[in-house]
Design a protein around this ligand. Structure first.
Ligand code: AMP
Length: 257
């Protein structure tokens, strides 16, 4: 009680194709948080030809995990920027036990902890189909899907009106299998890590984008009821603190200080 406001850090966990990017962007818009995707940061490093990008490019193309040293350095650098002061949603980080430990230490240095780690639960088989159909606007990065979320006007971005779209090179079926394998070997165990810390919430992510977004919004709004420092909701829909439907587990339920 009565402590300095601390920007919350939310983690989205889930295999490739679970909708982490889509949902992180919705939370960003609704709650004024900042989405930080290590995949986006690494793709930018590859495009810029930095040392990190040169080291990461081939691993990413093969669907493997970039080394902890590189990813942690990239993430720490980005977390130090002033625009993270509104609070962040980590999309695609941490992905290994080493990264989770580094994040815990980074936050602990500032007297902070993760506000909630949210596991998006999906069927693996459906992920391959989801990934194969997805594409983004080249201008603003808005995500689309051939069958699940096509632009309202074909060929025109709903968000910015752009007409150029791109598909990721690592969304090919062969690479997706490698990415799913890396998820199960390295990242899925983090669910237990955050469960032990009492910070895990689970969301059934096989529903519609709107249903999943509503479940996530309830979780993000929830710390308000715990006397923490939640972001301020931009919309009253799905009001704060209700915590029902679509979720099990209660972030911080067991956490006590
Ligand atoms: P994403 O956009 O999150 O699907 O990430 C694309 C690719 O970037 C992944 O398949 C990995 O090769 C790499 N990557 C992104 N985030 C991480 C991370 N936290 N640890 C290791 N590799 C990562």
């Amino acid at each position: 009680m009565g402590t300095q406001p601390r920007p919350p850090v939310y983690i989205l966990l889930g295999p490739p194709g679970a909708g982490k990017g889509t949902q992180a962007r919705l939370l960003e818009e609704r709650f004024g948080l900042l989405q930080l995707s290590t995949g986006d940061l690494l793709r930018a490093a590859v495009a810029a030809g930095t040392a990190a990008g040169r080291a990461a490019g081939a691993v990413m193309e093969a669907g493997g995990l970039v080394s902890d040293a590189i990813v942690i350095a990239v993430l720490k650098d980005r977390m130090a920027a002033p625009d993270t002061a509104v609070g962040v949603i980590l999309d695609g980080f941490p992905r290994t036990a080493g990264q989770a430990g580094a994040l815990d230490r980074l936050l602990a240095d500032e007297g902070r902890t993760v506000a909630a780690a949210i596991a998006l639960e999906v069927d693996d088989a459906a992920m391959v189909e989801r990934i194969a159909g997805r594409f983004t606007c080249a201008g603003c990065g808005e995500g689309y899907h051939d069958s699940m979320k096509a632009p309202a006007v074909p060929g025109v971005c709903d968000r910015c009106g752009g007409t150029a779209f791109r598909r990721r090179a690592d969304d090919r079926a062969e690479t997706v299998a490698a990415r799913l394998a890396a998820y199960h070997a390295e990242t899925a165990p983090l669910i237990a890590h955050y469960e032990r810390q009492g910070m895990l919430a689970r969301v059934d992510a096989m529903g519609s984008i709107a249903e999943i977004a509503a479940a996530l919004a309830r979780i993000v709004a929830e710390p308000r009821a715990r006397g923490e420092d939640p972001p301020v909701a931009a919309s009253a829909e799905g009001s704060a603190g209700q915590g029902q439907g679509g979720t099990e587990g209660n972030p911080r339920e067991k956490a006590n200080g």
